[in-house]
Design a binder for this molecule. Structure first.
Ligand SMILES: Cc1cc2nc3c(=O)[nH]c(=O)nc-3n(C[C@H](O)[C@H](O)[C@H](O)COP(=O)(O)O)c2cc1C
Length: 344
C-alpha cells in the first residue's frame, strides 16, 4: 500500500496518460487487469475554464477510482481555476495531475508541458495554487529535464515537494529525446530514497522484468504503463502479480488477445460511436496481435480494412482459427510495431 495524499493505493501499476489513447473506455477496459491508479489524457486548462464542450468527456468518468485528471497549461491561476471548474463538472475526480513533461511543439511553445521545467519555482507555484483551489491531492508528471545539458529533475522535485505535491511521476527521458531511445534509469538510481513523497517511474515498461528493474533501480512506489499496455493489457496483470507474489505469468494466447480486442472494441464503440471508434481501432487493433509470429499481413489488414464491427470480427476470427492457441511472443518488443509517437 502507498498513498497519493489521503488516497490509499493497492497495487503498483499506474496507467499512464496518453493523449489520443487513454480515454474513459480505455481506462475502464484496462482497470480489471490490475490497474491501481488511472490518469486521464491531458486536458487544456483553458478548455475546462471556457467550458468547451469537447473537453468535458476528457474529465468525466464513472466508478473507476482512483482516477486523476491531468491538466496542462502555463499559468498557476488558470490551472487552479481549471481544477475548481473540473470538480464542479465531475465531483468524483480523485486528484489532479499537472503535465510538466509533454514535449510536443505546440504545447511547449506556450510554456506548458516540459517547458515548465525551465522554471522550477513556477512548477512549485502551480502545485501550491492547484492544491489550495481544489482541495484534493495534486501530483505532477515531469521528465529528467529539457535536454542532456539541463537535467534539473532533482531541483524540480524539491520545488514540487516543498509546494505539497502528493506524488511525482518521472519519465526518465529529456524533452529533447521525446519518446525515443533507451530511458535513463541509471540517472534516477536510488531516487525514491531522496524523496519524501511517492515516486511513479515511467519509460519503456514493456514487460514485468522491465517493471521489476525500474523499481529495483529507482526504489519507485509504482511503475507507469503507457505504450507497452496498448494492445497488451495482460502486461498489467503480469506486473501486478510479480509485485504481489513473485509469480511470473506466461504471456497470453492469441485467442485471449482476440477476445480482449473485441471486448475493447465494443467499449470504444459505446463511448465514441462506430465511426470514431473504428478510426481509432485501426491503430489499436494491430497491436493486439503485435507479438504474434507471421502476423504482419493481418496487422496490415487490421490497420487498413476494418470499417465496422463485422469486418473486425471476421479478420480476428480468421487469426484465431489459424493460431489461436499460440502465445504472443516473449516481451513483444521485437515484433511490435514502432511505438506510436505523437505528431508535432
Ligand atoms: C501517444 C502518446 C501520448 C502521450 N500523452 C501523454 C499525456 O497526455 N500526458 C502525459 O503526461 N504523458 C503522455 N505521454 C507519455 C506517457 O505517459 C509515458 O510517460 C511515456 O510514453 C513513456 O512511457 P513508455 O515508454 O512506457 O511509453 C504520451 C505518450 C505517448 C506515446
Amino acid at each position: 500500500m502507498w498513498k497519493i495524499g489521503g488516497i490509499s493505493v493497492d497495487g503498483r501499476v499506474v496507467l499512464g496518460p496518453m493523449s489520443g489513447f487513454t480515454s474513459e473506455s480505455y481506462r475502464d477496459f484496462m482497470k480489471p487487469f490490475g490497474v491501481a491508479v488511472s490518469v486521464t489524457e491531458m486536458t487544456s486548462d483553458m478548455g475546462v475554464i471556457h467550458g468547451i464542450r469537447r473537453t468535458v468527456p476528457y474529465i468525466a468518468f464513472g466508478d473507476n477510482h482512483p482516477t486523476g485528471v491531468q491538466l496542462f497549461g502555463n499559468d498557476p491561476d488558470n490551472l487552479a481555476e481549471a481544477a475548481s471548474r473540473a470538480l464542479e463538472i465531475n465531483p468524483g475526480i480523485d486528484f489532479f495531475d499537472i503535465n510538466m513533461g509533454c514535449p510536443v511543439a505546440k504545447v511547449v511553445r506556450n510554456g506548458s508541458g516540459s517547458a515548465l521545467m525551465k522554471d522550477p519555482a513556477k512548477c512549485g507555484e502551480i502545485v501550491r495554487r492547484v492544491k489550495a483551489a481544489a482541495g484534493v491531492p495534486v501530483t505532477a508528471k515531469i521528465r529528467l529535464g529539457w535536454s542532456a545539458s539541463s537535467m534539473n529533475f532533482r531541483q524540480v522535485i524539491d520545488e514540487l515537494t516543498a509546494a505539497g505535491a502528493d506524488a511525482i511521476a518521472l519519465h526518465v527521458r529529456t524533452r529533447e529525446e521525446r519518446y525515443a531511445g533507451t530511458p535513463h534509469y541509471d540517472l534516477a538510481e536510488g531516487l525514491r530514497s531522496e524523496m519524501s513523497v511517492p515516486l511513479i517511474i515511467s519509460g519503456n515498461i514493456y514487460s514485468a522484468d522491465d517493471a521489476a528493474a525500474a523499481v529495483r533501480i529507482t526504489g519507485a512506489d509504482a511503475v507507469m504503463v503507457a505504450r507497452g499496455g496498448v494492445g497488451n493489457p495482460f502486461l498489467v496483470t503480469q506486473i501486478d502479480r510479480l509485485f504481489r507474489t513473485g509469480e511470473v505469468l506466461p504471456n497470453p494466447t492469441v485467442s485471449q488477445q482476440v477476445d480482449w480486442c473485441l471486448r475493447f472494441a465494443d467499449m470504444l464503440i459505446a463511448e465514441k460511436g462506430e465511426d470514431a471508434a473504428f478510426r481509432k481501432l485501426r491503430s489499436y487493433a494491430p497491436r493486439f496481435i503485435a507479438g504474434c509470429y507471421r502476423c504482419r499481413g493481418y496487422r496490415n489488414r487490421l490497420s487498413e480494412e476494418i470499417v465496422d464491427r463485422g469486418s473486425l470480427v471476421s479478420i480476428m476470427e480468421e487469426i484465431r482459427g489459424r493460431m489461436g492457441s499460440e502465445r504472443i511472443c516473449a516481451d513483444g518488443r521485437a515484433e511490435r510495431p514502432e511505438p506510436y509517437v505523437p505528431e508535432e
